[in-house]
Structures are given as structure tokens and as C-alpha cells.
Design a protein around this ligand. Sequence first.
Ligand SMILES: Cc1cc2nc3c(=O)[nH]c(=O)nc-3n(C[C@H](O)[C@H](O)[C@H](O)COP(=O)(O)OP(=O)(O)OC[C@H]3O[C@@H](n4cnc5c(N)ncnc54)[C@H](O)[C@@H]3O)c2cc1C
Length: 790
Amino acid sequence: MSICSLRGLNVRFCRQAYILAHVRTGVVPMPGRTKLRLSLCECNNQQTNNRRGYAINTAGVTTQIELTKLKPSILAAITPLRSSHNNLYQMVKKRTLEARTKLQRNKFPNNQACEEETKNRSSPCNDQSGSTLCSSPSSGPSAPRPKTSTMFSYKSSSSSSSSSNSTSSSSQCKPEFEKLKDPCPKPKPEVQDKTSAGLKGCIKNAELLQANDCNISKRKKVTCDKKPCEDDGADGSKKGAGGSRGSIMGDDEAKKKTRMLMALLAALGLGGLLLWLQTRRKQKDGESTDCGPTSGLPATVPATSAELPKHVPYLLIGGGTASFSAFRAIKSNDPRAKVLMITNEFRKPYMRPPLSKELWYSAEKGEVTKDYRFKQWTGAERSLFFEPEEFFVEPSKLMETVNGGIAVAHGFAVKKIDPAKHVATLTDGYEITYDECLIATGCSPKTIDVFNQAPPGVREKVMMYRSPDDFERLKRYADEKKSITIVGNGFTGSELACSLANYAKDKKVKIYQIFPESGNMSKVLPSYLSKWTTAKVETMGVCVMPETYVKEAQRDDSVLKLALSNGKSLLTDVVVVCVGCEPNTNIALTSGLEVDRNLGGFVVNAELEARRNLFVAGDASCFYDPLLGRRRVEHHDHSVVSGRLAGENMVGKKKAYTHQSMFWSDLGPEVGYEGIGLVDASLPTVAVFALPTPNPERRADNLSEAAVIEGGGSGGGTVTVNPETPDVKCDPSNADEYGRGVIFYMKDDKIVGILLWNLFNRIGLARTIINQNKKYDDLNEVAKLFEIHA
Ligand SMILES: Cc1cc2nc3c(=O)[nH]c(=O)nc-3n(C[C@H](O)[C@H](O)[C@H](O)COP(=O)(O)OP(=O)(O)OC[C@H]3O[C@@H](n4cnc5c(N)ncnc54)[C@H](O)[C@@H]3O)c2cc1C
């Protein structure tokens, strides 16, 4: 029997030889689940004295395990597979090599992915690395920012204008994607035998996996190192004498192999079941790592839930900013409070904003430290972690401490809460009772179908971005690869694109950003500013492709080939999907808690209470803002503010949400903005910017020269020039620079949101204006308060 006749069996191996063989059983029935995809690949790490390991993939989660670290039971289960690898390997190898060599000839389509769409403008599609080259425009946003002196303002609409403008952000590329050479020897002619013809289906599916795809985290051993392809062949043939000849099978041999394969499937089922049970929690938590947890067996701290207290006065679910902020509020109001934090992450509470910004600047200087130190805009240094390890109490000792404190249970997830009985149940069934409980489960990055439904070979090249592990992984790509593609135009995608472009400026890697909207940050910025920002992002070296989406993703050798909606293709080493976040509310149903249908998140009142003694804060909360109505906010400061409010209410303060939180974002070193209130591009806006002028002396008088340009909320908008300054150019599309300014977001003629564009230390004033909740006759006068030229 040919191996292909075994349903669902798929054999792969790797040119680089760090994965010798990869066998997937396809679908295996599992208790509690209808289907389980199970795969196993054997890795050989030359750099560590040929230590062998396995990558076992259960239901999409690949776990890297060193052979010596495998449990004896699992080792026994997969032993038959190891010996059979060689035969499978030799049978398929030659045909795969041949197929791959053929495929390589007609690819490298990046030359057309980002090609010129506008003759007037060149875009960052040029590089020295052989992927694509992006050059900055000689004029426009790329020019050094002039000193501002004149002020103008305008109203705008949210709706981005159409494709006519898209050309401004399109890119001009040169076809310089270097042709890769096949590093492996050509297959020998004898492979063209009758059995290999039967392998066609398998060969079609053969995919090449790359060592660098294997994530290496602190909790993880490296098990998929590179190995030259000569060794690949050598190793394979040594182990499986007659391996390649094994493709021409006699009856006995075929029977033997069939028996072995059947044994393998059984062994895989058994081994996979064990591993699946062990990795299930990680999988549910959606950690976006390549190869799963370090050891393959997810460690929890403490080792078992039995070591956790049975009852705690304060229980915090989630280990992020909101949760830690709640702890601080509890502790300052109840100094001896005993607080247990349960998180499915393996790090102590940390903040996320520097992950897409400051940390890349530390990385550029080669200064990434163990505690992820970064420089704040004030120049002060601090760590990503809110507190060092020593700050925390061991969970098993929490209830014995005299002065209280906070203990963090790592690697545990809560699956259900009984608000009436005050009981939280962990995924392993362990129950903890509480007096006060906070849900601060944050959100998880969204993905898109084109990647979500892609085969595993594609998905392992697609990542989300939310944690230090993601930072580490992306940094490795930026250091080693040629092309990174960011999908999405929001905060994380845009910040990351700029930071990566800066980090990569002396490297060979090229940064692409793709999104269907017409400009960066289009949900937040008025359309003219969004387009201007896109041009600015391009000048930073990002090849931005607006009004474009990925139609199809295929694995092409070691890279991904993206078929784009504009008919072009892009080869990329990794895709970072940054298309927003989904609140983690999966415990709502089991706990009888309400989730907002429109905004998502647990519905809570103005005191952030979902039920009595049960609060929700941070990204996961959909709260009632007495001033601006029901909201859900995904920002750092909101998680601090709401966490603090929830913490205060947990000690009985009974306070309502009144303090408006703010947010900020930085797009490279030249663009930074802060916002407060409803900063939503679908609202009508009125903006006042300082215009550049060749005459800096006029700066003092600028405010009196302000002009107003008005526009509707959802149309193109009319333009009204301030009669006092008819000479001021007010057409946003003619504006050279949006250096500094203030944007008002209007609802019912009131200011409900304010964005401060490159203006800092004025958020308190913005908060006051929003809190006044009144109609202003002259927004120009309000703008003056912000001292744009100061
Ligand atoms: C890369 C990046 C950059 C950002 N930059 C900015 C910025 O510049 N400015 C800004 O204002 N905001 C920024 N943000 C957003 C900001 O970081 C978030 O709004 C903030 O982290 C939300 O905090 P949180 O505590 O609500 O959620 P999170 O920080 O997501 O924490 C939630 C925690 O709960 C855990 N959890 C989930 N479900 C369970 C469960 N069932 N049981 C146990 N634990 C669970 C999660 O693993 C996680 O540890 C950025 C976010 C990212 C990802």
C-alpha cells in the first residue's frame, strides 16, 4: 500500500534539514471535541550535539519538546514513528525537491506588489536586500517639518474619500526581489519510479518548514535549529538504509510498512491525547507563539491549583494593566489586603504600549534587557513590568502573610464564575471563593478568515502581536528575514510598521503594510489627516498599500505568497495581523453575565459592577459613562483608570466613572498624538492646525490668523474660509504639513472628543472642555486655549 492511500496522511520534510520528517494523521477523534488535528515532526538540532526533539502539533498548537525531556510514556508511543520516518522521508524527499525546484522558477512576485500607481509620487518600495525598494518622495510629507507659524482649521467628514486619493499612498517598487537559489541538491533520476507517481498527492502537499519559525522563549528549549541540507540527506539515509529505495516497495516490505504506519497512527493518537490535554489550556488562551510553551508541558505557578488558596478576600481574574491597577487601589485603601491574581499568561503584570514603540528603539541600540527596559519620552528609563518579581507573594503563602500583598497564579484560567455564591472555577475544576472579584480579562487579537482558514503551513507564518513573546519573535524575523507584512491600519499595525521600519533601516528586511481602508488610522483620524499620515508612514520606509486586502495566502517554499485584491502578489516571510481586538468574554455565558451586542465586553454600570461584588475593568468592560453614554475602550490609560475605580469600589467606595481616560499613540519619532473622549472618525470634526510658514517671526501672531474650514460629518464637506484671514490656504488637501493641531469631535454641536496632534501636556485642558459638556459658538476660540504655537 502506498502511504498516500492512508487517508489524511501527509508527509513533509524540510530542505534545511532541521525537520527531518513530518507526519500528520489528519483527524483523530478526541473526547470532548469532535476533531483533533494531530501532527508530529522530528527535529535534529546539530548545534546542540544533535539533540533530538519533537514538534507535536495538536489542534493547531505546535509544541516543541526535546527528546530527552519527553515523558517515557510519550516516548514509547512515538518510537515506532521515529523509525518509520526514514522510509517516508526518502520516499517523498526526492519528488518534493523536484517539485519545489520547479516552483521556484516562477515566483518572487514582489516586484509587482507595490509598483507605481502614481507618477507624481514615489513610495518606499526600494531596498538593498533584494526584496523591494521604497524611496521617499522628494517633497511633501518627507521633507523636514518646517517650523509652524500659521494656523488654519477646518471641519471634516469621517468618510474617507475614495480611490482617487489612494494613489497618494501607493508605492513605487523596483523588481528587486532576489531570486533564491535552491540550496539542496537536485533529486536523483531514480526517484522517478512507479511508486513515486502514486505519491503525487502527497508531494503536492509537501511543505517546507523553516527552523526560524520555531519560537524560542525563555520557557522554551530550541528544538528546531537549522541544519545544512547535505546533512539532511545524509542523516536521512543513514537512519533509513534503503530509504530512498524504499519507495519501490516489495509486497513484504509494503506490508511491514503498513503495519508500522498503523502502529504509528495508534501511537500518535495516544501521545497526542496526552499532549493535547496538557497543552489545551495554552491553546484556549490563544498565546500567539510558534511552538507553544517552552517545555512542551505547560508549567503553572504554582505547580497545581491545589496549592492555591481556597478562599481569598480579593480575586483578580486577568494579569494585565487593569487588574494590577485594581490591586494598587485595593492596597492603598486596605493596606493588609490579600489579593490573588489569576492569569493565563506566564509573566508578571506588564504594560503593552512599549511593545509596539519604545522597545523597538531599545532594540535598535541593542539594549533589550531581561525586564524589557525602555526609555520614556521624559528620558527616564523603566521596565515593562509594573513591579519586580520580589514584589509578589507566593500563592501558597498569601493567606499566611500578615501584611497581605498580591500573589499571581500563572498559567491558570477561570472558566466560570458563580456571582451568587462568589465562586470562581478554574479550567481544571478547582474552585476559589471570594469576597470581591474583578474580571479584567482584556482582549485577544482578532484574525481574518484568509489566514484563519489557511493550512497550518501558512498559519505558522502568521502571527498576532500582543506580548513580549510576540516582540521577541518579530525581532528575530526583522533580524534574519527579508520581508515583514503588517495587515491592518489601526494603532498597533501603524505603530508597529513605523517602529519596524526604523529598526530595519540598516537591515535587509522590508516592511509592508496592507489594509483595505484609504489611510492609516482611518477609524480615528479625519480622512485628510489619515491620508497625510499614510504618506508620512511611507516616508519612514514602510511600503504602504491602502485599499488593498489579502485574497489568498499560500505557502511558497519557506515564505508566504499573498495574492492581493489589486491583482498583485507579495512574497513575505511573515504576516503580522493587526486587525483589532476582541474582548475576552468567554466566561460570560457560563457565568450568566451580559455581553454588549454592539460594543462587545461585559456590560457593567457606571460603578463598573456586573453583579454585586463582581466588577469588570479594562478592555473587557462595556461600561456606562454618565457623560458620554455606553462605551468600551481599549487603551492603556482606560485600563489604569477603570482598574483603579473598580479597585476602589471593591473596597466599598461606591464611586461612578467620572474621570475621562486618555490615550496616546506614536508613529515614529515625528508624529505623536493624544486623545480623550469620543475620538471617532465617523463623527464630524473641526480641526485647527498650525500651518508651516517661511517666516518664523510671524509665529507670535499666528493665532489671530486662524481660519476655519467647515465640513459635514459624512459627506465631502464644504469649505468656509475665515473672513479675517482670506489669504490662508484652507483646503486640507493642499496643506503641506499637519505639524501641530487640535481636532474637535462633535456630537449634537458639543465637543465630545479631542485629539491633540503633536501637542503634549494639554490633556487636562481637553478633559475640562469635554466635561463642560456645552455648545461653543466659536471653536477657534476654544482652539486658542491649546496654544498650538507655544
Ligand atoms: C502592542 C500594543 C500596543 C499598545 N499601545 C497602546 C498605546 O500606545 N496607548 C494606549 O492607550 N493603549 C495601547 N495599547 C492598549 C493597551 O495595552 C490595552 O488597552 C491594555 O493592555 C488593556 O489592559 P487590560 O488589563 O484590560 O487587558 P490585558 O492587558 O489584555 O490583560 C488581560 C489579561 O487577562 C488574561 N486572561 C484573559 N482571559 C483569562 C481567563 N479566563 N482567566 C485568566 N486570565 C485571563 C490575559 O492573558 C491577560 O493577562 C496597546 C496594546 C498593544 C497590544
